[in-house]
Design a protein around this ligand. Structure first.
Ligand code: PHE
Length: 331
């Protein structure tokens, strides 16, 4: 066998190998158990030939090993280059959820009152006429007691029409001082239109203590209005009527569109109504067993949807229920 020719052929093949697979094929061809050189080595009878063959085999092995390492490194480099993360590429935006506008406002209002030292209490959405009407001093025959106005489950049970029953439930459970807010859904038998939905949300506030006056009520509502609508908004209170407050007032904020000058949004009055309030009627104190000579209190009840509309100036309340992402994403 021509060892030199074999070695030359092997080294040429090694140099030509362009990948790990190819160099492996070269290794098998020239060094594999069934290839010419190892077979010849096994048959060798004299030391001289043996040394010649062994030297050639070692040189081929060295060349194959070197080339294999080289190719492996090159392939690794290529892979690293290909798989490199380009940190300068803009990230792909992913959709993130958010709280519904009404939930945001609810939490905001809760935060304002927690900051004032109030407690947040839960009420009941399924309520008895006892708490929804009797305890709140609604006279027999009041229109709200009608099946046409409210959603009854049976004669004594209805979906609460306001959050005010939580006033009674709170006072029943403890003695003054009481400083609470209660937020949640209320239900009225209304046909949905741009300004009415049969389910909406209110925040009820109640403060009962010694020496509470109408000035405390106005100061508190003023504070809330400025927190919700900004420091520059002015507030105004007008007399009103509710069965459970005396005197009763309705709170107004200066119109966000015309700042009080008068425009179509505020029906040219300069003011927009935000909700009811008043001094707790002493009859309620008698109902829950508070001493009306000793304690006075104020209460208020505002719609969260109304706050949302006033703040964000959208024209149709029903948007809050449609859950069209183009709408809800804006808040
Ligand atoms: N419950 C009244 C309403 O729904 C609002 C209100 C609450 C008024 C508390 C006075 C005191 O219109």
């Amino acid at each position: 066998m021509d060892v030199e020719a074999l070695e030359r052929a092997a080294l040429t093949a090694v140099a030509a190998a362009a990948s790990s697979d190819e160099i492996e094929a070269v290794r098998v061809e020239y060094l594999g158990r069934k290839s010419a050189l190892p077979l010849a080595l096994r048959e060798v009878r004299d030391a001289e030939t043996g040394r010649t063959l062994n030297d050639a085999k070692r040189r081929i092995e060295a060349a194959v090993g070197e080339r294999a390492d080289e190719l492996e490194r090159a392939e690794l480099d290529r892979r690293l280059a290909e798989e490199r993360v380009d940190v300068t590429l803009p990230v792909r935006a992913y959709a993130r959820g958010r709280l519904h506008l009404i939930t945001q406002i609810r939490r905001e209002v809760e935060d304002v009152f927690l900051g004032l030292g109030y407690r947040v209490v839960d009420g009941r959405e399924v309520e008895s006429t006892h708490y929804n009407f009797d305890g709140l001093n609604f006279p027999a025959g009041h229109p709200a007691r009608s099946h046409l106005a409210s959603l009854f489950l049976d004669e004594q049970t209805l979906l609460r029409t306001e959050t005010s029953p939580s006033q009674i439930r709170t006072m029943e459970g403890r003695q003054p001082p009481v400083y609470i807010v209660s937020l949640g859904r209320v239900y009225r038998r209304d046909t949905p239109d741009a300004t009415h939905v049969p389910i909406f949300h209110q925040v009820e506030g109640l403060a009962v203590d010694e020496g509470i006056t109408l000035a405390d009520l106005k100061g508190t509502l003023d504070f809330l209005l400025r927190k919700l609508f900004g420091e520059q908004r002015r507030t105004e209170f007008r007399t009103h009527y509710f069965p459970f407050t005396e005197p009763s007032i309705e709170a107004y904020v200066s119109c966000h569109v015309c700042d009080g000058a008068g425009c179509p949004v505020c029906r040219h009055s300069g003011w927009i109504e935000v909700g009811g309030a008043g001094m707790v009627d002493p009859k309620l104190f008698e109902f829950v067993g508070y001493d009306p000579e000793r304690y006075t209190g104020f209460a208020f009840g505002w719609g969260l949807e109304r706050i949302a509309m006033l703040r964000h100036e959208f024209p149709d309340l029903r948007e809050l229920w449609r859950n069209d992402l183009r709408f809800t994403r804006q808040f």
